[in-house]
Design a protein around this ligand. Structure first.
Ligand code: G6P
Length: 605
């Protein structure tokens, strides 16, 4: 989703801004642009193609400047056309880039029209540009602070004005923004990653902060308009751009990285201990009587899977809710419930808002399961568990999901142990099974050639149904989500027992039915569901554990999973579904890593 980069320096910073945009490309965008102060005027280049195209434009036009801002846009208000691409200007004097949505833009637009401002774009951003311009009396920092008082909604912005050639002002409310500190130069970006190579010292702005960057100084005012100090943190872990290596797409690379990612996420310790979740976890875990899990997208499905583990291993009541629903409904708060947010990025706007909502309702015990140590969610929660998936570039989440599952299994086992529900022998068994997971995953990945053969069939279909039961119902949901996200085939998932309550009506030869069939307590029930589909001429594609005795037959295609993995089986069973979606998308020739209309990091509501 939208990304921001800004810089104030004594050297030409266009290449820094373009490199920053390149590093933000993974978030997903549909247009991009850069503006600098050149010869006392703001000058810009914008593109509805890729950052590479923008780079060509700035080279051809020799766009240069020491102060500038840049943006990747994911359209919300107004189509992805050049006029709507950021930076947006106000009267050729002020330039702004914006991430977020301004909810009262219509009222503000009318007010500004009344003051004689002309609107060229369809964006809500142009309202902010003109608003700040109308409040500017020689001090951009003051004008932005005043303007933010009139904005409703979420935003991160970076602004420059031609009368202050060495100043960039930023502000954030609901969308991330970090300040990068250099020597005689300073930077602004949506995340620290964008500034790798330029600095490793960062200030993470807080909600409502407005900052002013000049060559030598960074000033921050908090939401109450008071000068504020923000800690400077060294973030050295951000290396260079991630390489694709021998893989065709990042998604494929990330699927194959899962054994490594999981191995890095499994705790080193031979016991499940509360300290894995941070200081104070032991006390917090003692005080809770239930869990409330909040997340979006794929992360929500890892929460759904975890519910089975938490209730079966730790015997703790667990409620899992889509963050965007929870934040707007009247719920019955239970301060003894541990609020768990799950997120790859730690910056998803709806999950952050749901967390804040829970906190405002009196929930004090909060835990983030997250892949980014410096993210807003990790900073906002009492406890955290970091997954070590490494950077995930493909919009469709894969290794982040399986590492979240590992983290949540560890949580269930830790709570189970603290509550006296697992024995020392059981604990040792779980640890052993976790440690063997990377090897087991490698055998699942070896199924790729068989899955490629199936994907050719799937690529000719327009619909697919996914079935699972129990622990594997969320895995069926995740399989269907993967297929629709990247191949654009309509896919739905059902708990197999629900088949006869509706979806069976859809079953014909044209409808492939993918079934996740582990050898668990529900196997016999699932076999009956399989027969219900076969009896109606449906084509079944079953991922079955080796010992299930489900055999290839007319209308029944089976791929054998190498081994049965008990409670941890969802972590293995999701992998062939990821591969099926990936290869089907490849056969259909879609843009696998950047599927249409989707973004990696959804930082607006
Ligand atoms: C977007 C991504 C999904 C992801 C979801 C939640 O929709 O495309 O892959 O699952 O956001 O993101 P999070 O970073 O909070 O896990």
């Amino acid at each position: 989703m939208c990304g921001i980069v800004g810089a104030v320096a004594q050297r030409n910073i266009v290449s820094v801004l373009i490199e920053g945009l390149r590093r933000l490309e993974y978030r997903g965008y549909d247009s991009c642009g850069v503006a600098v102060l050149a010869g006392g005027e703001p000058k810009r280049a914008r593109s509805v193609a890729r950052v590479a195209d923008l780079d060509e434009q700035v080279c051809e036009t020799r766009l240069e400047g020491v102060t500038g801002i840049a943006h990747t846009r994911w359209a919300t208000h107004g189509a992805p056309v050049t006029d709507n691409a950021h930076p947006i200007f106000s009267r050729n004097e002020l330039a702004i880039v914006h991430n977020g949505i301004i909810e009262n833009y219509e009222t503000l637009r009318e007010m500004l029209r009344g003051k004689g401002y002309e609107f060229i774009s369809q964006t809500d951003t142009e309202v902010i540009a003109h608003l700040i311009h109308s409040l500017y009396h020689g001090d951009l920092f003051a004008a932005v602070r005043e303007a933010t008082g009139h904005l409703h909604g979420a935003y991160a912005i970076a602004v420059l004005h031609k009368s202050q050639p060495h100043t960039v002002v930023g502000a954030r409310q609901g969308s991330p923004l970090v300040v990068g500190l250099g020597e005689g130069e300073n930077f602004l970006a949506s995340d620290a990653l964008a500034l790798a190579g330029s600095t490793d010292r960062f200030m993470f702005l807080e909600e409502g902060d407005v900052c002013e960057l000049t060559l030598e100084k960074v000033r921050v005012f908090d939401r109450d308009g008071k000068p504020a100090e923000r800690d400077v943190r060294q973030v050295a872990a951000y290396g260079g751009a991630v390489e694709l290596g021998p893989y065709r797409h990042f998604m494929q690379k990330e699927i194959f990285e899962q054994p490594r990612a999981i191995s890095d996420t499994i705790p080193q310790s031979d016991v499940f201990d509360a300290s894995l979740f941070g200081e104070g976890a032991a006390k917090a875990f003692e005080e809770i009587d239930s869990l409330l899990v909040l997340a979006c997208g794929t992360s929500y499905y890892s929460g759904l899977t975890a519910k089975y583990w938490l209730e079966s291993i730790a015997k703790i009541p667990t409620q899992v809710e889509i963050a965007s629903e929870y934040r707007y409904r009247d719920s019955v708060p239970n301060p003894k419930s541990l609020v768990v947010v799950i997120s790859q990025s730690g910056e998803t706007a709806d999950t952050i808002a749901a967390l804040k909502h829970a906190q405002s309702l009196g929930h004090t015990h909060t835990l983030a399961v997250c892949n980014v140590a410096t993210s807003a969610m990790v900073r906002m929660t009492e406890l955290s568990f970091l997954t070590h998936a490494g950077r995930e570039i493909g919009v469709a989440s894969t290794k982040a999901f399986t590492t979240q599952l590992v983290a949540l299994f560890v949580l269930a086992a830790t709570l189970g142990k603290l509550r006296g529900h697992i024995s020392a022998k059981q604990e040792a068994d779980y640890i052993r099974q976790l440690r063997h997971l990377p090897a087991a995953l490698n055998s699942v990945l070896a199924l790729e050639p068989q899955i490629i053969a199936w994907s050719e069939e799937f690529s000719r279909k327009e619909n697919a149904l996914f079935l699972g039961r129990g622990l594997h119902y969320p895995i069926a949901l995740e399989g269907a989500l993967k297929l629709k996200e990247i191949s654009y085939i309509h896919a739905e998932a059902y708990p197999a027992g629900e088949l006869k309550h509706g979806p069976l009506a859809l079953v014909t030869e044209a409808m492939p039915v993918v079934t996740v069939a582990p050898n668990d307590a529900l196997l016999e029930k699932l076999k009956s569901n399989i027969q219900e589909v076969r009896a109606r001429g449906g084509q079944l594609y079953v991922f079955a554990d080796a010992d299930t005795k489900i055999l290839n037959d007319e209308g029944l295609h089976v791929i054998r999973m190498p081994e049965h993995y008990g409670l941890l089986s969802p972590i293995l069973h999701v992998v062939p579904l990821q591969l099926l979606a990936y290869h089907t998308a490849c056969s259909r020739g879609t843009d696998v890593d950047k599927p249409r209309n989707l973004a990696k990091s959804v930082t607006v509501e």
